[in-house]
Design a protein around this ligand. Sequence first.
Ligand code: QUE
Length: 351
Amino acid sequence: MTTDVLLERRGPLGLVTLNRPKALNALDLGMIRALHPALEAWAKEPEVKAVVIRGAGGRAFCAGGDVRAVAASLGSPVPEGQEPLSRAFFREEYRLNQLIHHYPKPYVALVDGICMGGGLGLSVHGSHRVVTERLVLAMPETAIGLFPDVGGGWFLPRFPGEAGTWLGLTGARCNAAEAMWLGFGTQHVTHDRLEVVVDALAAADWSAGPARDVATRVLEGFTTEPGPAPLKEHRDVINRCFAKDSVEEILAALGAEGTPWAEEMRATLGRMSPSSLKLTLRQLRRCRGLPYDEVVDVEYRLSQHTTALPDFREGIRAVLVDKDNRPRWNPPTLAEVREADVEACFAPVRP
Ligand code: QUE
């Protein structure tokens, strides 16, 4: 059994601590395989009233999925009778997200520090997301040749206006106040109070009403104002520019704004994988309004096609292995990305 996820009972709580602090608690297949059965068991156990999940080490809740391991596995042959990591990892990660999405008890994520990609999969689908002043929230997958998965097709279109489209395409980072404004955060609590919050949840009278309301009431006792949300000043520009249905039109609209912020966003988009940008916009438009479980099926297909494309390995190389942050995308420009190749990523794959 892995020690990368600590599982404990604290009275009426099931308490999960993601415990890979050197990797910013990035989620690997072993952790997924430890978490899933534990959450299932706690869902059935009458004495468990709520689940709390947090990250160890003080720097991150969870920096994402262990995409580096997935990329590394692509080169090596798959042993007889086993399946490729790229298949098992995404299928099991998304199934874990689904379990959290449909969880029958309060699921309280203490989102303190970095929370990116797969970290949102472990938090956004639960009933409560407690954010702190240390929060750095992002869906940065277009920077590594992927797309905003773990339910991004479901939750990004539910953020206000076109904020989700902006987040998913640019990989922009949000602070706690911005995360509250988006609706990602449900309560803002300062970092130094988190231990006390866990104690209070453990000491709560869970017979006082519906468990969800009990959890809310306890958490509300610790909330503070999160400070300024600079993002709010850009919401009109975001809603104007990111409402377009092609990446080229979004870039043109940002160019027409003629402000430093719009230029910064244009430059950011210019560094992302062109294929990822086109695929992500299509994902977000196509998934908008779909039931969550159908979004998961779409995203699984996308995960299998995109991890086989050159930009994924190149993105991992540039961002996580060599760290030169100079990816050589293929195709290198939006104009060279063929619509048929984007569409092909939505085709069915083996389960
Ligand atoms: C985009 C991503 C990820 C990323 C950087 C990106 C991602 C991810 C990690 C990550 C960070 C630190 C680690 C680690 C992984 O970085 O998904 O193992 O120690 O997991 O630009 O999507």
